[in-house]
Design a protein around this ligand. Structure first.
Ligand code: 5GP
Length: 214
């Protein structure tokens, strides 16, 4: 008697959006509730904010450690954002994809462009890029202020970055306009649910050559 099972390849979900779009919260919340998804913890040279933990929120590195990682080829992508280096370590991504798990990455538009231009067939097949837009500039200001973690000077820099980043939405396969936390989560979940069902992601493994119905 033949037997077989289906195996799905993992998604590489690249999520970008301006400060305050809630992209980090969405990625984390989804990966905490879904056994098939993991959040890729980035490395950065920026200082930890209050309450941020090394290895959980970010791998906090000094510039020389980060640059040594670049030289070793440890990074899938990296970029300079607000004068600091941010990057995704290959070890946070590749093994999970091979094991059929979905990896969620919250990265800026430069990093997303680098992942999109990858020639690695596994990355190209896995990639699902999502942009979260805010309904207007005043909403960006409100959300960054509400977080209360930025000085006025940092706020001005983040606003400028947000304006520039928001121009890139059309490069992403999916874009949605942020509404409220629950609506955004439902939208995000439905994008991933649809992507998981693409026929191209399924592979049938036959344990026996004589499969019924063939
Ligand atoms: P924050 O300092 O607010 O945590 O992040 C600032 C920006 O850096 C955000 O746009 C965030 O998406 C981006 N970022 C975080 N991790 C990475 C990463 O690994 N690579 C890239 N390219 N950008 C990142």
């Amino acid at each position: 008697m033949g037997d077989w099972h289906f195996q799905r390849s993992g998604l590489l979900c690249v999520v970008s959006g301006p400060s305050g779009s809630g992209k980090t919260t969405l990625c984390r919340r989804f990966s905490e509730r879904d056994d098939e998804a993991v959040y890729a913890v980035s490395a950065t040279t920026r200082a930890p904010r209050d309450g941020e933990r090394n290895g959980i929120d970010y791998h906090f590195l000094d510039r020389s450690e980060f640059e040594a990682g670049i030289a070793r080829g440890d990074f899938l992508e990296y970029a300079e954002v607000h004068g600091r280096l941010y990057g995704t370590l290959k070890r946070e991504v590749l093994g999970h994809l091979e094991a059929g798990r979905d990896v969620l990455m919250d990265i800026d538009v430069q990093g997303a462009a680098l992942v999109r231009s990858s020639t690695d067939p596994a990355i190209r097949a896995a990639l699902v890029d999502i942009f979260i837009l805010l309904p207007g500039e005043s909403e960006i200001v409100n959300r960054v202020r509400a977080r209360g973690t930025e000085t006025e000077e940092q706020l001005a820099v983040r606003l400028q970055t947000a304006r520039e980043e928001s121009r890139h939405w059309a490069e992403y396969r999916y874009t949605f306009i942020s509404a409220d936390r629950e609506t955004d989560f439902a939208t995000f979940r439905s994008i991933i649910a649809g992507e998981r069902c693409r026929s191209s992601r399924l592979r049938r493994n036959d344990n026996d050559a004589t499969v019924p119905g063939e």
